[in-house]
Design a protein around this ligand. Sequence first.
Ligand code: HPA
Length: 241
Amino acid sequence: MSFRELPHIKARPGDIAKNVIAVGDPGRVDLLSQLLEEKRVVNEHRGLKVVTGTYKGVKVSIATHGIGCPSAMIVFEELGILGARRFVRVGTTGGLRRDIRVGDVVVATGAGYTQGGCGLGQYMPGICGATSPHSVLTARIMESLSRNGVKFLAGPVYSSDAFYAEDPSFAERMSHLGFVAVEMEAAGLFALGWMRGWETAAVLVVSDVLPSEEKVFLTTAELADKFTSVARAVLDVFSEL
Ligand code: HPA
């Protein structure tokens, strides 16, 4: 694609690494880019902050994807146009099972979504997308998490389009269907990955547990250490590839 500049990510070709960690919140780009050296901000347009630097000598971008598949898929598509080929979403998720605790880590082995939802109804009308992550990348990340002492649960997540529509029966219904946790972007990322030939994965920190008596969200500060440990494990994988 030839362009003068893209609509949302104003970085130039060469500014974006092949390896990307994608997060919802630009504040987390600031947090995680502390792990990088030689870093520079390559986009701030629309609040979609992207920082590119190096980790153990390997070029990495840490990018904001915003909330929900429509926002995230715009960012993934534009980062792809700019040269990204491996995307790991490091985000938060809501636990759907009673045995899950805030602060737990979930590695997504698949992502369900509502038929026609997640932006995918427009990409592939009538088709249920291939919403699994890249298996080898995911396996490497699981090994790296273990090496870095981060315990995790591996299982399918549900990519919701409506955070505030999750009524009290939602968790019971979804866990009964086999989903371990709910978030809002993995299905879009995984399907796009197979469409565009990228490797994708998602590692999620549980910020809230839906079936608990009183739903409490971990604060950004409370999540910071876990996010950093997860990102370090992902960056180690990037540096070994
Ligand atoms: N619902 C959807 N997405 C989420 C949640 C949730 O409870 N927690 C973190 N991401």
